[in-house]
Design a protein around this ligand. Structure first.
Ligand code: AMP
Length: 183
C-alpha cells in the first residue's frame, strides 16, 4: 500500500473512532472501536491497513485477546492464511491451559491460552483493540513467549501514547498501532 494512501485511510479511520467520555467510570475517555466495524467501507479500510504490515511476515497464527481482539483477529487470520487462537479470562477455555497473572490498577487479573494451541515453528501475531498501560498485552506476550514460538509480533488498532504501555516490551519486539491518541 502506498504511504500517502495509507495516511489518508488512517485519517478517515481516526474520525470514525467514537470517544465516549466517562465510560465505564468517570475520568476515562473510552475509545469505542465498534464504529470502525459498523460499515462495510470502514471495516474494509481497517482490515486493509491492519494487514498491510504483516502480509510478508510468514504469520502462521493470529492470537486475539478477549474480547475485542476477537473481532479483527480472525479476519486478519483468514486473510493471512493463518490460524486463530483465543486468549481468554480464567475458566472459559475447556482444555489444558497455560496461565499468566498481571497487575491491574486495582488487584490482579489472569489470562489463559490452550497449551496445545501454538507450536515451536509458529510465527505469531498477537492482536488487541487498544494499548493503554500495556498490562494485558504484556501478559499475553509472556504467555506466548513461554510456549517457545519462532517469532512474535504485537498489534493494536489504537495506542494511548501518554500511558507509555509500549515501554513494557523489550526493544526488539515489533509493537505496532494504527491510530495514536495522547490519552
Ligand atoms: P491495558 O492493559 O491498560 O493496556 O488495557 C488494555 C485493555 O483495556 C484493552 O483490551 C482495551 O480494550 C481496554 N481499554 C483500556 N483503556 C481503554 C480506553 N480508554 N478505551 C477503550 N478501551 C480501553
Amino acid at each position: 500500500m502506498e504511504e500517502l494512501e495509507k495516511e489518508q485511510i488512517l485519517e478517515s479511520l481516526r474520525k470514525i473512532v467514537r470517544n465516549v467520555p466517562d465510560f465505564p467510570i468517570p475520568g476515562i475517555q473510552f475509545k469505542d472501536v465498534t464504529t470502525l466495524f459498523n460499515t462495510k467501507e470502514s471495516l474494509s479500510m481497517l482490515t486493509n491497513v491492519l494487514l498491510d504490515e504483516y502480509r510478508n511476515k510468514g504469520i502462521t497464527k493470529v492470537v486475539g485477546i478477549e474480547s475485542r481482539g476477537f473481532i479483527m483477529g480472525p479476519i486478519m487470520a483468514l486473510e493471512l492464511g493463518a490460524g486463530f487462537v483465543p486468549i481468554r479470562k480464567p475458566g472459559k477455555l475447556p482444555a489444558a491451559v497455560f496461565e499468566e497473572e498481571y497487575k491491574k490498577e486495582y488487584g490482579v487479573d489472569k489470562i489463559q491460552i490452550h497449551k496445545d494451541s501454538l507450536a515451536p515453528d509458529d510465527v505469531v501475531l498477537i492482536h488487541d483493540d487498544l494499548l493503554a498501560t500495556g498490562g494485558t498485552m504484556f501478559a499475553a506476550y509472556n504467555l506466548v513467549k513461554r510456549m517457545g514460538v519462532k517469532k512474535v509480533y504485537v498489534n493494536f488498532i489504537i495506542e494511548l501514547e501518554q500511558l507509555e504501555g509500549r515501554k513494557l516490551f523489550p526493544k526488539d519486539v515489533d509493537v505496532k498501532a494504527l491510530i495514536k491518541y495522547p490519552i
